[in-house]
Design a protein around this ligand. Structure first.
Ligand code: BGP
Length: 472
């Protein structure tokens, strides 16, 4: 069979500033919501400055000082693209000041220049769970409409600054996650159990308006920019052929589709209007919001894919599964990772086809991978490495399904595996849950030399890219 991956397929890896940069208070950076999210990740948090000392994300893997070494390793694997985020609080430490922090801007100049040195295209997430903490404390995060203006100012600043260095932009990481993790994702301080649906969906509206506004500003600044939305994808299967279970699965998928529907079609879909009506929710639109959403739809859809889920009309009869923010009912036909995330390569084939059938728009898989416990060993040449055949198998199986979808005619722009270098896990705030092709010597207790070692998957991925996927 001839190779179906397009010649310009963007192979690469993905990271986020808050999980790997470290240097949380260097060169004028302000605290972000992540910097005070204690171990355990998404759950209800207490905001006390004291909680910072317990958080591995503060030091990350020190990419801030080691970016040259790390980018060199990405280049050695042959990356065509590299996804990272800009830490908003490096640029505007509090989020609401008049002038940006030059030292923060200069850091990303250095990172993007280093990437271009090797011909690697940056793919930049503007907001990856990194809202400045001050915006949470003073304004209650995205629950407050004022956040739109602060975000606009921040994105205008970085679009202007990097207009010749960055082409691909994502407005919000996993924008649909705000429904499930309002503090981490939306910087909303109100405790989840006290947050009304009205306020939560109003916050969603603010983020959607901000996303459309960023797209508008991007196009004014450089018409060659490509702006995408970024959502958690999770194909959801009915537990049985009972139509009620099928509808339960459809409803769960719509929690995700809501966000891509609005980003792609520029308007709220009928099913959410009904939901609002039935729950006494009335979203406040300012004059101009409707036109802004309609006129500034995205150029492509990007998404994370880790697992599928199963839904039932009677979920109380089942045990709830673990998951990437969202959880479903465990599917008896699938195996799970050590953290209970169900492994389903064909789910990626399904989700690619479902997105494409729905929108006929280019798709970018910007997160996928296996979080696992890795063991560092010494190989026959005396080099430290990890024999991560399980990771190779996981990625190979998923990429085969990407190929299958491309064969069906789905337009896939690229694939950036999550955590291409080991970094601090978002949900568990641990180092133990590793995704990388590159092992970083850092541990849950904060010890380690921070040395980098190539895992077996490093060489495998290098061959995948060199063959443009033909060896899969
Ligand atoms: C996504 C986030 C990432 C990332 C990934 C893996 O939800 O966008 O930031 O960390 O999931 O999750 P975890 O680190 O919890 O294993």
């Amino acid at each position: 069979m001839s190779n179906v991956f397009p010649n310009d397929f963007l192979w690469g890896g993905a990271t986020a500033a808050n999980q790997y940069e470290g240097a949380y208070n260097e060169d004028g950076k302000g605290l972000s919501v992540q910097d005070v999210t204690p171990k355990g990740g998404f759950g209800p948090i207490t905001i006390e400055e004291g909680s910072t000392k317990d958080n591995l994300k503060l030091e990350g893997i020190d990419f801030y000082h080691r970016y040259k070494e790390d980018i060199k390793l990405f280049a050695e694997m042959g990356f065509k693209v590299y996804r990272t985020s800009i830490a908003w609080s490096r640029i505007f430490p509090n989020g609401d000041e008049a002038e940006p922090n030059e030292a923060g801007l200069a850091f990303y100049d250095r990172v993007f220049d280093e990437l271009h040195k090797y011909g690697i295209e940056p793919l930049v997430t503007l907001s990856h769970y990194e809202t400045p903490l001050h915006l949470a404390k003073k304004y209650n995060g995205w629950a407050n409409r004022e956040l739109i203006g602060f975000y606009e100012k921040y994105v205008r600043t970085v679009f202007e600054r990097y207009k010749d260095k960055v082409k691909y932009w994502l407005t919000f990481n996993e924008i649909n996650s705000v429904l499930h993790a309002p503090f981490m994702s939306g910087a909303i301080l109100t405790r989840p159990e006290e947050l009304s649906k009205q306020d939560l969906y109003q916050a969603v509206h603010h983020e959607l308006v901000a996303s459309a506004s960023a797209t508008k500003i991007a196009r004014e600044i450089n018409s060659n920019f490509k702006v995408g939305c970024m959502v958690i994808s999770m194909p959801t299967y009915p537990m049985t052929p009972n139509p009620d279970d099928v509808i339960a699965a459809m409803d769960m998928e719509r929690q995700n589709y809501l966000f891509s529907d609005i980003h792609v079609r520029g308007r709220y879909p009928g099913y959410i209007k009904r939901f609002f009506h039935e729950h006494d929710i009335s979203i406040h639109f300012e004059p101009g919001d409707e036109a802004l959403l309609a006129e500034n739809t995205v150029d492509f859809i990007s998404f994370s894919y880790y697992m599928s889920a199963t839904a039932s009309a009677h979920p109380e009869q089942f045990e709830k599964g673990a998951g990437n923010i969202l959880g479903g009912i465990p599917n008896p036909y699938l195996t799970s990772s050590e953290w209970g995330w169900q492994i389903d390569p064909k789910g990626l084939y399904i989700v690619l086809n479902e997105f494409y059938d729905r929108y006929q728009m280019p798709l970018f898989i910007v997160e996928n991978g296996l979080g696992a416990v890795d063991e560092l060993v010494t190989d026959e040449n005396g080099h430290q490495t990890v024999n991560d055949d399980y990771r190779i198998a996981y990625m190979n199986d998923h990429l085969v399904q990407v190929r299958e979808a491309i064969e069906d005619g789905v337009e896939v722009m690229g694939y950036t595996s999550w955590g291409c270098i080991d970094l601090v896990s978002a949900s568990t705030a641990e180092m133990k849950k590793r995704y990388g092709f590159i092992y970083v010597d850092r541990h849950n207790d904060g010890t380690g030399t921070l040395e980098r070692y190539k895992k077996k998957s490093f060489y495998w991925y290098k061959d995948v890219i060199a063959s443009n996927g033909a060896m899969l």
